[in-house]
Design a protein around this ligand. Structure first.
Ligand code: MRU
Length: 353
């Protein structure tokens, strides 16, 4: 595990310690997050980001909001849990892990309330379980994905789906860490990932911390390195996967998938089952976050566009399932995903009856 991205510190009461990812790679600052408002702000401004880490942050954030409540009025506690979950759900719209974690916490509170058990104690267990399970799932994704990585392979990744995006060592980067631990030689090309540069600021930083051979390219160089025959496979993460396998991930991922298809390069998505949204039939139904135009007009710390220019800044795009060679999950590889194959995996993982 290269970095402790987000952890719960102390018992009850306790607080969250998490890396402020907006400051990497030039400053390594760990935030002490003690209120739900502070956590909301951290998620919104991407201090903590990446779908699984956002899920963990949501569980811990809910705890921050309710851990001091007096349990003598269980109806009041349940009401406050619902309000706090509704508040956190507004932090960001695309990564479904946020809603998945909040629904899981709410379901636990509702069960404990009905059984007259202490609600906040149960929420502590649930948030801890979300964290622990994410660690175990990253390891499993690493194991399944490493089988797709041959000795001497060079892989391309987009955005950051590594340790900084999860409780453990990532999703898309997990097969790279696992294959390296198995003694395979693996090199990585990291797309810098405009506009917020998660690839250069986070992926390049984290891979270098782990001694992995990483080469940084700007997004518009991906076609060239593929054309030059430098890339054996693409590994990316996901923010939300529809029932038919269509996958939302960081803006630019769709373009990389199109390029990979053109060059006959396998394109793998790595994601836990918590990133699947079984309520959504296909990718057109995935809400896409639009962010502040300043992220585009002030890309490199100073104005890089004319004052008053119109800007469109979607933070994610959707890669159609037909461009995906496989989805690596904790219950195995979903090869050439289709609705039937996604549903079978969700059933294996207990997400569908
Ligand atoms: O806007 P971000 O940085 O939260 O976007 C993150 C991504 O798109 C990741 O690839 C995705 O969440 C998977 S993280 C394991």
């Amino acid at each position: 595990m290269p970095v402790a991205t987000i952890v719960w510190e102390g018992g009850r009461p306790g607080h969250v310690r998490m890396i402020d990812q907006t400051l990497l790679p030039t400053q390594y600052v760990v935030l002490d997050v003690r209120t739900v408002e502070h956590m909301f702000d951290g998620i919104r401004r991407l201090a903590v980001r990446g779908a699984p880490a956002i899920g963990v942050a949501a569980g811990f954030g809910l705890l921050l909001g309710v851990q001091h409540l007096d349990e003598r009025d269980p109806d009041d506690v349940l009401g406050r849990v619902r309000e706090t979950a509704a508040y956190l759900a507004k932090a960001r719209p695309t990564a479904v892990n946020l809603f998945w974690a909040l629904e899981r916490m709410l379901a636990r509170a509702t069960r404990d309330h009905a059984a007259r058990r202490a609600i906040v104690d149960g929420l502590f267990e649930e948030a801890r379980a979300i964290f622990d399970e994410d660690c175990a799932i990253c390891r499993k994704i690493g194991e399944v994905g490493a089988a797709l990585v041959r000795d001497g392979a060079t892989l391309l990744t987009h955005c950051n789906a590594g340790g900084l995006a999860t409780a453990d060592f990532g999703t898309a980067l997990a097969p790279i860490y696992a294959a390296t631990a198995q003694g395979k030689r693996v090199a990585v090309f990291a797309d810098e990932t405009r506009p917020l540069l998660q690839g250069s600021r986070l992926t390049a930083w984290e891979l270098m911390q782990s001694g992995i051979d990483v080469t940084l390219i700007t997004d518009n160089m991906a076609a060239r390195v593929m054309y030059e025959g430098k890339i054996d496979a693409v590994f990316v993460g996901a923010d939300r996967i529809a029932r038919n396998g269509d996958t939302a991930n960081k803006i630019g991922t769709y373009g990389v998938a199109v390029l990979a298809r053109e060059h006959g390069i396998p394109f793998y998505v790595c994601a836990p089952l918590s990133t699947f949204d079984e309520k959504i039939e296909n990718g057109s139904q995935i809400p896409i976050e639009e962010r502040d135009p300043e992220e585009v007009t002030h890309g490199l710390g100073r104005r890089t566009a004319p004052e008053g220019v119109k800007v469109y800044n979607p933070a994610f795009d959707v890669t159609p399932a037909r461009l995906i060679s496989g989805i690596v999950t904790e219950v195995g590889l979903i090869e050439r995903p289709t609705r039937e194959r996604v549903e079978a995996a969700l059933r294996r993982g207990g997400r569908l009856p």
